[in-house]
Ligand binder design. Structure first.
Ligand code: GLY
Length: 608
């Protein structure tokens, strides 16, 4: 049975046989919920209705929902974890409860395929119920329903077998709330025997044993409690049912394959990855292939969403960036030279566009953003990996085998390596990453660039990386040196800094002579050698003027401004950020002096 049949069967079963209304799936980026980054379950957009608000489509609902879960991104690569997945769900909003919900689930799973079900063998099913604690009693009610369907309670010490009911604590048999507070409750979970031999722990642990002899396929949650701000639970106005069936898992099960990656959902993408890499599958390459296939599918859905985001360094954009960059790194590991993320994306867009037409609608955006991110990251990835390889022998020499936080931060700041990717890279090379050290370095950097938040130079700083921060300080030195060599008429007319160079426009009527350029360069290099400290002070514009600060004195700086002093050499109004000491610049070289426009000259220069 193909995924599209399972999806349709599920909807038809609940609509035609049990009077549910199909509702549209919600956007993957939550519309009104800043507490979570992505929609993680079908119930998520339904929270107000679970709390008692009337749903326009009635009390029985069904849909398929795009979900992203980010807790397990680093686990992806094995055969079962997925970042993006589809959840099939049915809901009762204060209508039916445990008995009907369980009977419907059982019916759909075991009813023969020609009668609209999945035709699974009930002898291979095991279920679990909540064992009870201080917040809610043992769920004998749910267990009794399973007993009426032929299941037997498992007794401690007896072996695990199909057809059993196991009881677990909250960690395993309670679901929700989706955020910090909200609807939640005990659940009953359905597991299916994969046919794998038992591991030594199976008889004690039951169907939730981590060896995954049994895989969880469906979860019926009895949402009858609300988790409050203080962590306590109170009964909800109405008793709801929320269920979630993982489409990819159940499709793999029905097709008799070991993982979703072997189903049609991934097949074309995975074939393409192997084709681009020009290799055949081995256990080792399969991990990278699964990472690429999973991450790019998730990226396509995150980009191709109504509220789709672009890669960035915060929130959803950061998750997206992590996914794309990790996929690119693994692509490179497989030997795929460049430009492949868009090609894999096209396969997914084509495969999913009938069910999720938004992918077609945002086709352009998905492809362009992937191409941009790939182009951007490929430039720094190679340099970053080289840098890492240079560090490696020394790091391996030390006993602790730790990649220090400041180096992890350098890889992030200079080469755009998300910390999680650095951790993975370090692990592959037998190193642990000092994540706390990374966080500290990051915070220190934030502190340094705090002043930069108000940066308002037209065409000024686009980012606050270490490289651009140094160039920014170099710009101040250059500005002052130009005034010294050419005269007081020199004023800043523009500044543009990239990670590679600075570009400074200033008022001056003539082309500069070689001698003047040499003088300016020497003055700047002298200040670098003097290892001058840089200080930041806040004062009013008039105070700054009185003290002789240079810079743009326009009102856009507001009343109070930041003034950066470089030792005894320069004082300039500026938003920052800057390095702490000029020695960090190492050296300064002018590459070019040219005309920018009438009366304005332009200098391009580099450091280090
Ligand atoms: N909301 C039920 C589940 O995610 O399993």
């Amino acid at each position: 049975m193909l995924a599209k049949e399972v999806r349709q069967r599920y909807i038809d079963f609940f609509v035609n046989k049990h009077g549910h209304k199909q509702i549209a799936g919600a956007s993957l980026i939550p519309e009104n919920d800043p507490t979570v980054l992505f929609t993680t379950a079908g119930m998520h957009p339904l929270v107000p209705y679970l709390l008692g608000e009337k749903h326009p489509a009635g009390k029985r609902l069904v849909n398929h929902q795009k979900c992203v879960r980010t807790d397990d991104i680093d686990e992806v690569g094995d055969i079962c974890h997925l970042t993006f997945f589809e959840m099939l769900g049915n809901w009762s909003l204060g209508d039916y409860f445990k008995k009907e919900a369980i009977e419907m689930s059982f019916d759909f799973l075991t009813c023969p395929a020609d009668k609209g079900g999945l035709g699974l063998d009930s002898a291979n099913l095991c279920v679990s119920c909540f064992e009870g604690d201080k917040d809610a009693p043992k769920d004998d009610e749910a267990a009794a329903v399973w007993e009426s369907l032929g299941f037997k309670r498992h007794t401690k010490g007896k072996p695990l077998n199909g057809g059993q009911i196991w009881f677990y604590a909250k960690k395993d048999n309670w679901w929700g709330p989706a955020g910090q507070t909200g609807p939640c409750g005990p659940d009953t979970e359905m597991f299916y025997d994969t046919g794998k031999p038992k591991c030594p722990l199976c008889d004690t642990k039951g169907p939730s044993c981590e060896c995954r002899k049994y895989i969880e396929i469906w979860n019926d949650v009895f949402m009858q409690y609300n988790k409050n701000d203080d962590g306590s639970f109170s009964p909800l106005k109405q008793q709801n049912v929320d269920t979630g069936l993982g489409l990819e898992r159940v499709v793999a099960l029905l097709q008799g394959v070991k993982s979703p990656f072997e189903t049609e959902l991934f097949k074309d993408a995975i074939d393409k990855i192997y084709e681009l890499a020009g290799i055949k599958g081995t256990d080792e390459t399969a991990i990278s292939v699964r990472i690429i296939a999973d991450h790019l599918r998730a990226a396509v859905f995150i980009l191709g969403d109504k509220f789709g985001v672009a890669p960035s360094n915060t929130d959803q954009g950061y998750i997206l960036r992590r996914l794309i960059r990790r996929a690119i790194r693994h692509g490179k590991k497989l030997g795929i030279a460049y430009n492949f993320t868009d090609r894999i994306a096209l396969i997914y867009i084509d495969f999913y566009k009938d069910v999720y037409p938004e992918l077609e609608e945002f086709h352009e955006k998905i492809i362009t953003e992937l191409q941009n991110e790939e182009e951007k990251f490929m430039k720094t990835l190679i340099h970053g990996e080289k840098e890492f390889e240079k560090m490696l022998p020394n790091l391996l020499k030390n006993k602790e085998k730790i990649l220090p936080g400041r180096l992890a931060f350098k890889l992030f700041d200079t080469y755009g390596f998300p910390i999680e990717m650095t951790e993975e890279l370090a692990k592959e090379n037998g190193l642990k990453t000092d994540k706390q050290g990374y966080i500290d370095a990051y915070k220190k950097h934030q502190e340094l660039s705090r002043c930069g938040a108000e940066q308002k130079f037209a065409g000024g700083l686009a980012d606050h990386s270490e490289a651009t921060t140094k160039l920014h300080t170099a710009t101040h030195l250059l500005h002052k040196a130009l005034i010294m060599v050419l005269g007081d008429h020199v004023a800043q007319k523009g500044s543009n800094i990239t990670v590679d160079r600075l570009r400074f426009d200033f008022s001056h009527p003539d082309k500069m002579t070689d001698e003047q350029l040499k003088k300016v360069e020497n003055i700047v290099n002298e200040q670098i050698k003097r290892a001058l400290e840089i200080k930041c002070e806040e004062m009013t514009v008039s105070e700054a003027k009185e003290k002789g600060a240079i810079g743009l004195f326009e009102s856009k700086y507001g009343d109070r401004v930041k003034v950066y002093t470089v030792g005894d050499f320069s004082m300039e109004i500026c938003g920052g950020p800057h390095v702490q000491n000029t020695s960090e610049l190492k050296s300064f070289k002018i590459l070019k002096e040219q005309s920018s426009s009438s009366g304005i000259r332009r200098i391009k220069a580099v450091i280090g």
